[in-house]
Design a protein. Structure first.
Length: 236
């Protein structure tokens, strides 16, 4: 399945206009940042700022491919790092995953869902992400204490990488953070919304939900996305 390949090419192209990938890649931190193991609250009086707060966009998404078109594995940052930010602003966290090809489309889909669920199991100390899978929103509160201890995106991204590396069939994974003011966050929000619609269609196909296309709210998506309609009829 190559359902997200065009989006990946478009989004990475937009990023490369901001900076070459070599310049954006972060060095691996010397020691891992603490993961508190469960969702934790950062109160307003404790936070330094909120990424995606105060009328700005905080976005997150996971896109996969079986094609070798991704950046070298690692954590990437386009824009200011956490210690350099002084107030709430727009932000995005994007995960690009290259999966091993498989003869089973359903197995590939199941693996993608496993990869996507990783985000619910990462809880960096002093970094509170509020995930909304329906809207692709992910505002993040960063605590004053965490900044004093030296938290950076390199540490946060490294926690994600360590979890992804535990999953078989992942060939390459990129964790990309964006805080650059020139990035087109509205474009990304639109593409991630489209990706969620495709994922919902896959849910229908592989979980045996209604196959009545005439009465399905996702019919337009299946009609427009190359390969999705054919997959639907093969499963039917």
């Amino acid at each position: 399945m190559k359902l997200f390949d065009e989006m990946i090419i478009e989004i990475t192209g937009e990023l490369c206009h901001l900076a070459p990938m070599e310049a954006a890649r972060l060095e691996k931190p010397r020691r891992p940042w603490a993961d508190v193991g469960a969702h934790h609250m950062i109160l307003a009086r404790e936070m330094a700022y909120e990424l995606g707060g105060a009328g700005t966009l905080g976005l997150s998404g996971c896109l996969y491919t079986t094609e070798p078109i991704l950046f070298p594995q690692g954590v990437y940052l386009y824009g200011k790092d956490l210690p350099q930010i002084r107030e709430s602003q727009s932000y995005a966290r994007l995960v690009l995953v290259e999966l091993e090809e498989t003869d089973s489309e359903e197995a590939l889909y199941r693996k993608f869902r496993e990869v996507d669920y990783v985000r619910y199991h990462i809880h960096p100390e002093g970094y509170m992400a509020r995930i909304s899978p329906v809207s692709q929103r992910e505002p993040v509160r960063v605590s004053q204490k965490a900044l004093k201890k030296g938290v950076r995106f390199a540490e946060i991204g490294d926690l994600y990488l360590m979890q992804y590396q535990k999953i078989p069939q992942i060939k390459t994974v990129n964790v990309i953070f964006v805080t650059h003011p020139a990035f087109d966050y509205c474009m990304l929000e639109d593409r991630l919304g489209r990706a969620e619609q495709i994922t919902q269609s896959l849910n229908h196909i592989f979980t045996g939900l209604s196959m009545d296309c005439d009465h399905c709210g996702l019919k337009t998506v299946c009609d427009e996305v190359e390969g999705l309609r054919e997959l639907h009829f093969r499963r039917a």
